[in-house]
Design a protein around this ligand. Structure first.
Ligand SMILES: C[S@@+](CC[C@H](N)C(=O)[O-])C[C@H]1O[C@@H](n2cnc3c(N)ncnc32)[C@H](O)[C@@H]1O
Length: 259
């Protein structure tokens, strides 16, 4: 991992101190006393970890915040199981699915699926994104949303190297949303998210996720793609849900029945 700078404007805040301690133990984090001029750096502010760009604070930092007002709005009024991602994984048919989100990112999709009753296990390989996810999950577990917190679990490892996970978790649906190379160049990517895309880069090995996903899922694999992108691993899905800018390719293994 390339070293990344970290900046904390208020080190006296107790919650910041414990986050700083966690980060001090990681040898790829370089804690700096002043705001770094780097394109992207880790920020500790407002009791949470985030990724900031050199334009911070003009451009918002990006964090995993399951408790933000926009997350709350999506949880309560976002369209329930009728949301495209929920329809694609089958939550409209069966509420209590066990889903492996093998490319969790900032867990926005995982959050939506768990909000609708799914038990979601997540893999995230980028160390900075993984750290943000851990921080978001810790804050969620300290909140009153205990049911939701119990349904979101970050696992160590990767779908490409499953280890014990394959024996311990029976997975109904595997969900994949790898980075697509053209996304970062799109003018539609908001400024704050552009820094996330730059930091993580393209997932050049994304095609290799489909075969292990199909081997693991009991019912289906769902792949989120930009609307006009080619199929993952050049494999035609059983069906697709097409939205305004993205598409959910569904690889069905077995029909989902109501629970
Ligand atoms: C487009 S983002 C996912 C966004 C996510 N669906 C959301 O709602 O926030 C893709 C993420 O998948 C991660 N990723 C890609 N391949 C992976 C793999 N083999 N194992 C674990 N994480 C992976 C990347 O690091 C990146 O953070």
């Amino acid at each position: 991992m390339q070293p990344i700078a970290l900046y904390c404007p208020d080190t006296s805040e107790p919650s910041h101190q414990s986050l700083l301690q966690t980060c001090q133990a990681l040898d790829w984090i370089d804690i700096q006393p002043n705001q770094p001029s780097d394109q992207a750096f880790i920020l500790i502010d407002n009791g949470q970890l985030s990724i900031a760009s050199s334009d911070w604070p003009k451009v918002h930092a990006v964090s995993v915040d399951f408790l933000s007002s926009s997350s709350e709005h999506r949880r309560l009024y976002g369209g329930g199981a009728g949301q495209a991602v929920c329809k694609a994984v089958g939550l409209k048919k069966r509420k209590h699915l066990t889903i492996l989100d093998a490319t969790a990112g900032l867990a926005r999709d995982s959050f939506v699926m768990a909000s609708q009753g799914a038990t979601v296990y997540m893999f995230e390989r980028h160390p900075v994104v993984n750290l943000l996810l851990q921080n978001g999950l810790e804050r969620l577990s300290a909140s009153e949303l205990t049911d939701l917190s119990a349904r979101l679990t970050l696992l160590n490892g990767s779908l490409l190297n499953l280890g014990a996970v394959a024996e311990t978790v029976s997975v109904d649906v595997v969900y994949l949303d790898p980075m697509f190379p053209d996304r970062s160049k799109s003018a539609k990517v908001k400024k704050d998210m552009a820094i996330f895309h730059q930091l993580v880069g393209a997932d050049a090995d994304a095609d290799s996720l489909l075969a292990p996903a199909l081997a693991l899922a009991n019912y289906r694999v769902v792949v989120k793609r930009p609307k006009n992108a080619p199929w993952l691993d050049d494999k035609k899905p059983s069906t697709a849900l097409i939205g305004k800018s993205s598409r959910f390719d569904i690889y069905a293994k077995k029909a989902l029945t109501d629970d």
